[in-house]
Design a protein around this ligand. Structure first.
Ligand code: PLP
Length: 400
């Protein structure tokens, strides 16, 4: 008897329905492949929304976790532990920044960025007390806290969670003139995803990010790049900002930083920005814990080799070429960079959810977003043959 139906029923019975997962119950995984409780295998084309850039159970990362579990797992930041400085130094070097502040989830990194930017605004820029504002983009996704959903433009994410945190101005994504016009003397930061992931892997027009960089510099405003989903190799570079030669004032990182093993996020910036924090003003019990640091240091070292960025760039070409071949044959749009694609399915054919269900039947797991869009973000260890297989399955479900 199959175990999946009962396991799906139990999960629905005992948890809040804050997600609408595909009815697959995963029991184990290796590299780019998952196995469910009934022994069926699936190619993972979501990679935990980019949290699994190095694949499931990358041996180097698993070894680091095992070794650290046998020594020390948690101290809190009340004490310093022997994994902390190496991680912070190596991540800062990868980012080209003076220092980092480790947290756990992506939303916490975003919250940290917002707090630091506001404090910087009051203490360094001289913004009127209580008046700091941050410019953000329509279609953004930065996490789920009450402050972050306050400036979401997605009704599902925001409605009924008020009262909302003030201090944010929303402008259309990709519109430099609108962003420039929204900046005033109390603007402390512009907070953007260099590619909007949840919105459907939306790449801004060429020149937009360099334009944002220029305006931020001219107006003494911090550029906060949320690279939580776009960063750490996903787009064929360490950071998506790199494709346009842009260096933000602050990187917000998460997801893949934890190697698919532990939640690790971080903010990286220079001393004149992150240095505004003093003891007691921000923190987290688990942020920068020994297990997290041991795994994340190895993540940084994997990235420092450049291998994953190269794979993503090269294999991304293949993925995008394959997907572009389906334009007009069931797909109406293909976007993205590297091993990251958002594809819009002809709504006359099926919804994104239906497409993902049909892909699941064929042994490929992906996730829909916003009606007719599906996202493909396989682990960067996926092979050329597996990419071809994915495109072939997509072609098959779209075949009229
Ligand atoms: C760009 C971006 N920022 C922030 C987050 C929030 O991360 P977390 O779910 O770890 O809080 C996400 C999650 O999808 C994201 O894509």
């Amino acid at each position: 008897m199959l175990r999946t139906p009962e396991a799906v029923r139990d999960a629905e019975r005992w948890t809040a329905h804050n997600y609408h997962p595909l009815p697959v119950v995963v029991a184990s995984a290796e590299g780019a492949w998952l196995t469910d409780v009934d022994g069926r295998r699936y190619l993972d084309c979501l990679a935990g929304y980019s949290a699994l850039n190095f694949g499931h159970r990358h041996p180097t990362l698993i070894d680091a976790a095992h070794a650290q579990l046998d020594k020390l797992t948690l101290t809190s930041r009340a004490f310093i532990h022997d994994q902390f400085a190496d991680f912070c130094r190596e991540l800062a070097a990868l980012c080209g920044k003076d220092m980092v502040l480790p947290m756990n989830t992506g939303a916490e990194a975003v919250e940290t960025g917002i707090k630091v930017a506001r404090k910087w605004g009051y203490q360094v820029k001289g913004v009127t007390p209580g008046q700091a504002n941050i410019v953000v983009a329509e279609g953004n996704f930065h996490g789920r806290t009450t402050t972050i959903v306050s400036f979401s433009t997605d009704a599902d994410a925001r409605a009924d969670f008020g009262p909302y945190t003030p201090g944010f101005t929303v402008v259309p994504y990709g519109d430099l003139a609108a962003l420039t016009a929204a900046i005033d003397e109390n603007t402390v930061a512009v907070l953007l995803e260099p590619i909007q992931g949840e919105q459907g892997v939306v790449v801004p027009p060429e020149g937009y990010l360099p334009g944002v960089r220029r305006v931020c510099t001219e107006r003494n405003v911090l550029f906060l790049a949320d690279e939580i989903q776009s960063g750490l190799g996903r787009t064929g570079a360490t950071f998506a900002c790199e494709h346009e030669g842009v260096i933000p004032d602050m990187y917000l990182l998460g997801k893949a930083l934890g190697g698919g093993i532990v939640p690790v996020s971080a903010v990286a910036a220079n001393r004149d920005v992150l240095g505004v924090l003093e003891p007691g003003q921000h923190g987290s019990t688990f942020g920068g814990n020994p297990l997290a640091c041991a795994v994340a240091t190895e993540v940084v070292r994997l990235l420092a080799t450049g291998e994953f960025q190269r794979r993503s760039a090269e294999l991304g070409e293949r993925l995008h070429a394959g997907l572009r071949g389906l334009l007009g044959r069931g797909l109406v749009a293909v976007r993205g960079r590297g091993l990251w694609a958002g594809v819009d399915i002809d709504p006359a054919l099926m919804t994104g959810r239906q497409a993902c269900e049909q892909l699941m039947e064929r042994g490929v797991l992906a996730k829909d977003t916003h009606g007719s869009t599906i996202r493909l973000a396989p682990p960067l260890v996926i092979t050329a043959e597996e990419i071809d297989l994915t495109v072939a399955h997509l072609a098959a479900i779209l075949a009229l």
